[in-house]
Design a protein around this ligand. Sequence first.
Ligand SMILES: O=C(O)CCC(=O)c1ccccc1C(=O)O
Ligand SMILES: [Mg+2]
Length: 396
Amino acid sequence: MNAHPDPGVASGPVSGASPVAGLSGTDGAGTLAAETPGPYGALPAGLTGELPRDVRELFSRIHVVSIPMVMRFRGVDTRTAMLLRGPAGWAEFSPFEEYPPPEAARWFAAALERAYVPGPAGTVRDQVPVNATVPSCDPEEVPRVLARFPGCTTAKVKVAQAGVPLEADIARVAAVRRELGQDGVIRVDANGGWSLAEAKRALRRLAEFGLQYAEQPCAAVEDLAALRAELAEAGIGVPIAADESIRRAEDPMRVARLQAADYIVVKVQPLGGIAQARHIVAQTGLPAVVSSALDTSIGIAAGVELAALLPPGPDGEPLACGLGTVGLLRGDVADPSLRPSGGMLPVTRPDADDALLERYRADPGTAEAWLARAQACWELIRRTPGGEARGHDHAS
Ligand SMILES: O=C(O)CCC(=O)c1ccccc1C(=O)O
Ligand SMILES: [Mg+2]
């Protein structure tokens, strides 16, 4: 069966062209960027006037999939995602299970943009470099993990996971340095897991391996700023990148105002879409690394498009993106999958594959719950006037 095996998560009433009455398509991503974003980003141009109440009327196809993961990541071993088809193509809505509607609504806004805005348009490169992503694993597993990222010369290593001692993090980073050689580029990502004092101690040790940056070493923006100053003071050359302080913050501009980071990490879904992410990058003025939220190839493609629109890094070369993560999933919804080859990912707009949507189809209860979740997000977005300023938009 090609589509909609679950009657609760069925297609909208119209397939093919815009299912929304009065929806005349869009003028492309430029229009989105030009508008003042509302609390969930601007609605795609044309998605105004009579908006449907039922989320199912926005899309011609809606599918929910559950894909097992190769190894635990972020404490989960199954990734659930909703795939949506709109007039411009396939979109992904896959907020992490624990995110409530106000936060998940930004992810939904990103899916709306993707479903309604044709693209890619205006990209400055047709492929982007990606980093290998090394979960908080044993050092012996590092070669096997890196083998999933063929051609990648940059690796991002997860550190500071609860219950994992610093010595294990050091051993893992050492193993990555051995595998990549001296020309490889290494980043670490602590996901806010260190206190200020722990971060200073850990980075003093890890600096020995040569780090491009430490991503979100501490949770609080104030601690990132203090750490950055203290590391410089102590002559420890580890730049700081902000991730959660951008994507989960009410006010991502605080990172720039407090001079808390040298880089920002931007993700399409958590930030409410490509236009919204570009807006934040431009406002912070910091070099930006595009990363995934463990999306399927559909979401990854949006990340690649964002990365292909951004300026290069401090050395004039594009920064390696954390978009190689389809390899951490045991399956995918696109064929071929958007996995790095020669360390690169192409700018492309993949379609979801009917057989794969069927193979990974979530159980009916999960599909129902996700439809309700999408509906709750849509209700928040629908009821929010488009021009209202939001935290993301405050530059001063
Ligand atoms: O950046 C990467 O290499 C992969 C993506 C990644 O690490 C990630 C994936 C899902 C949720 C959070 C994060 C993170 O960067 O903290
Ligand atoms: Mg991170």
